[in-house]
Write a protein that binds this ligand. Sequence first.
Ligand SMILES: NC(=O)C1=CN([C@@H]2O[C@H](COP(=O)(O)OP(=O)(O)OC[C@H]3O[C@@H](n4cnc5c(N)ncnc54)[C@H](OP(=O)(O)O)[C@@H]3O)[C@@H](O)[C@H]2O)C=CC1
Ligand SMILES: CC(=O)[C@@H](O)[C@H](O)COP(=O)(O)O
Ligand SMILES: [Mn+2]
Length: 385
Amino acid sequence: MKRVVILGVSGSIGMQTVDVIEQHRDQFTIVAYSVGHNIERLHELLKRWPIKEVAVAKENDAIDLALRYPDVNFYFGNEGLCHLATLAQADIVVNALVGFRGLKPTLAAIKANKHLALANKESLVAGGELVKEALRASKGILYPIDSEHSAIFQCLQGNQTSEVERLIITASGGSFRDRTREQLKNVSVEEALAHPNWKMGGRITIDSATMMNKGFEVIEAHYLFDLPYEKIDTIIHPQSIVHSFVEYRDHAVMAQLGTADMRIPIQYALTYPHRETMKQDNRLDLAALKELTFREMDFKRFPLLALAYEVGKRKGNMGAVLNGADEEAVRLFLNHEITFLEIEAAVKKAVDEVPYIASPTLAQLEQSDALARAIVRAYKKGANV
Ligand SMILES: NC(=O)C1=CN([C@@H]2O[C@H](COP(=O)(O)OP(=O)(O)OC[C@H]3O[C@@H](n4cnc5c(N)ncnc54)[C@H](OP(=O)(O)O)[C@@H]3O)[C@@H](O)[C@H]2O)C=CC1
Ligand SMILES: CC(=O)[C@@H](O)[C@H](O)COP(=O)(O)O
Ligand SMILES: [Mn+2]
């Protein structure tokens, strides 16, 4: 029986992880989970899957909950997340947190020699070098959950990374893929949140519409598969059925296909190297689909993707700056405080202004993240930091 901790259980990936585990109760059990602020969902979860170790975002919530559930241990904040990530009774940690806050629990889980099923791409975007360093010094193993990276991981099985000529990461194009930049000026939050294929949390859905998500995925692929940026391409594939391609030096191209259902990569990360029966009816029906289409990426239309390649190549603290700035800009957009196109401008400003650090410590990454956010907030007010 594998014992699983789910960080961010109340979110889109977290709840789908619970679904997957419920399909395989003979193989997996959940020993701990965390929510952020969604305490209603926590009450439901404690009925559906009672456990003894829970982390929440706020100390006050932990105190109130401890009164209501005297048999459960409640933790809070970053320390609470890191405590769950290192629990002695856990074999696998699923990191389904959103944002930079995922980095510390990722590092903690690896240092505690856990198997880490990673959805939190921000860990690698902001702290890829530190994550790799931690993996080298530990028995911990990282399994990708992100659909494109799971696809690449699957296409690499039985092959050598040294024989890969390039990765081709597919991008749906997001909510506005058929609009010109001129047409993006007045788009609403509601329109931006309407992803054509995937039902996901708010931040990643907006990142998909700006193509920042694909930029993050390029950096994520660089760290997961140890390939230079010159070997990582992207292509627009509106149907999100081919989750990515690997082209080998003999020009054979492998692809992984499936319906747009994250339970498939989540389950593979948990059951690797085995494939288990999927009980949900999410089978791919190619004849019903009729066609799969592809078109060249347009870096002028999606400048944040071009910026991500630059940032990825510069390394140092720049990934933390890119992510921190984007996290703050998306938050402001979702709060109706800046426009959709101002996300790009604010992120670019932070990347231009935060001083470069070549080999940052974790503390320096945290400072870079904070400074990037401050620059984005100042951008909103038309001020300087
Ligand atoms: N959704 C998807 O299909 C995919 C997601 N990913 C990646 O997976 C990660 C999760 O995405 P997704 O599930 O969509 O995001 P959601 O927004 O749906 O969920 C995020 C989770 O993080 C928790 N959280 C938020 N703020 C805090 C906080 N301050 N302290 C503690 N926990 C907090 C939330 O808790 P609460 O809601 O209780 O506040 C929730 O459990 C992201 O890195 C995303 O890029 C990758 C591929 C696909
Ligand atoms: C499901 C998943 O992995 C997301 O990261 C998805 O890829 C977002 O779709 P885009 O291709 O629109 O960014
Ligand atoms: Mn993805």
